[in-house]
Every structure is written in C-alpha cells, then in structure tokens.
Design a binder for this molecule. Sequence first.
Ligand SMILES: [Mg+2]
Length: 333
Amino acid sequence: MSKVRGALFGLAFGDALGAPTEFMSYEEILRRYGERGPHELPPRGLVTDDTQMTLAVADALVSALEKPPVTAEHLEPRLRGRFLQWWSSDENDRAPGRTCMNACAAMAGGKPWWEATIAGSKGCGANMRVAPMGLAPGLSDDERAGAAQLQAALTHGHPTGLAASELTALAVRWLLDGLPVAELPVALRARCDSQREVYRGDWLGDHLWRRSLAESPERFIATGWDECRAALAGLEDAVRHVGPDADPCSAAGAGWVAEEALATAVYCLLLFPDSPIDAIARAAASSGDSDSIASLTGGFAGAIHGEHAWPAEWYTRIEYREDLDRLSTAWTA
Ligand SMILES: [Mg+2]
C-alpha cells in the first residue's frame, strides 16, 4: 500500500473534481452536485495547472536528487527549466495563474528568478504545487523547507507564499509519517511560531528580502509566518460551529491566497478525517479557488489513507497517470 501514490493521485483527483467548479457560483455547484459536492471523477479526468505544475516541481526534484545533497544551486536551474517548459507547452491551457505566467515570461526573457518573481504575490500557485517537496524520500526537514520555499520564490516573492509552501510540504510529510489529522493544526501553528524569524538565506539568497520594504530578512519572513498563523487559527472551532454542510470558504477563507488555500484544505480534511472522497468533494464544492483547495485536500488525504483512499477505476482515467505512476514508483520505499 503506497501512501506516496495515494497522495500524488489524490492531488490530481482533487484537482479534477474542482476543475469544473472553480468558476461556478456556489449555488450553481450545489444545484448540480448536491449539498456535499461532486463525488465522481469526470469522464475524461482532466486536471488543471495545479497538477501540471506539481509534476514540474517533482521532475525538477527528481533530477536534483540524482546528485545529492539537494541545494539551491542544483535545484533552481531545474525548477526554472521545467517551469518554462510548462509555460510554453500546448497543454498549458487550464486557466493558469497570472502570477506564474508573468514570472515565467520574465524568466524566459532572461531575468534571474529574483527579478522575475512577482514580489507582492502570495497567490496559492506557490503552494498548490509543492507536495513533491514533502513526498520525496530521504530529505531532511531543513531541505524540505528550503526547497519548498525556493520553488515558491521563483514565481511568488511574498513571504506568505514562502511560509505557506513550507507548511504545505511539511504537512504532507507529517501526515505520510503518521501524524494524526486532529494534531495537524497545532503542529502547523507551532511551526509558524518556531520559524517566525528564520529567513532561509542559503536557499533564497539576499535579493528577495531586499526587494521588500522590510528592514531585515527576519522582519521580511515574519510577516509570512504571522499571516499563516492567523489563517490557521480557529480551524478546530470552525469544524464544530460551521460544519460539513456549509461552504468551507466561509469557515477558513476563499483560498485564492496561499495561506487560505492551506487553511481551507486542512479544514476540509478535519471535517472528514476518515472519508477522503467526502473531503475532496467538500473542497470542490466551495465558493473560492475550488481546484486548488481540492487538490491540496486530496494530497493530504492520500498521504494519510494511501492509494486505497480512491476508487481503483479513477486511477485508469486520470490525466497524466503515467507521470504520476512513474513518480509514485520512484518515491515509494
Ligand atoms: Mg488550477
């Protein structure tokens, strides 16, 4: 039973369930799919940029892992190359995020990433694609954190995008390693506290924080951790008081920004800790960034429950199944 396979396919399944609902009104979603959202994979199993960019991050990491240790020097050119491959591909026609498109265009024009990145953007495009940094075996927590932040920084320069990406990658890892779901919010908030003034200069260099108005690297990154901490506060209360029949975005945020996408995905997970399909269906039936929230939720749920979380038949018709299978095999111990 592979948890890595459950997570990689889970994020694609969530993405595919949320793809048709991302730009539907909440009322329209309920009318079409019922109160608890879509429970069936659409016939063609099409995903969006969330899964495409996750595969890009994964490929870059696989290549960097051929010559360990993973460092910024090895990882950055591989991420940049694979992001640009995605950016110019014919398959990049799934309502990609503007931040990613603009940053890639600037990198394609020859700018280094710290000039190409959209400094003020904390869109969820930074953390919707970060799961591979949690799933690959054999990395230390510091390597996962640094790699997660660097892959975010190439396109999203805002400190909250960096912090949320680290939290998302570590959440995948911790769940894979057996952390009980109920303990996840506490663990994430504790990470916000312990990392509050840790600027990962060995991964990010000096350029990024100097572009900001912050007076020090510590002040720069603290903003990101504080915003994540605020978004993750009160999730447990919301589970009790808002509950499974309401729009998850009304409890934890619309998810267009990184910290809310993480919080709302964790919220959907907490609503249905034993029922992964209900969790991604709820995430897809949301008023906000449905595909990204559902993709994050699917990655988390798959990391907990493993490949049997999802119907066997879904595996046969999800888009990019060969790539997802190749990575699952490579990273399943
Ligand atoms: Mg998308």
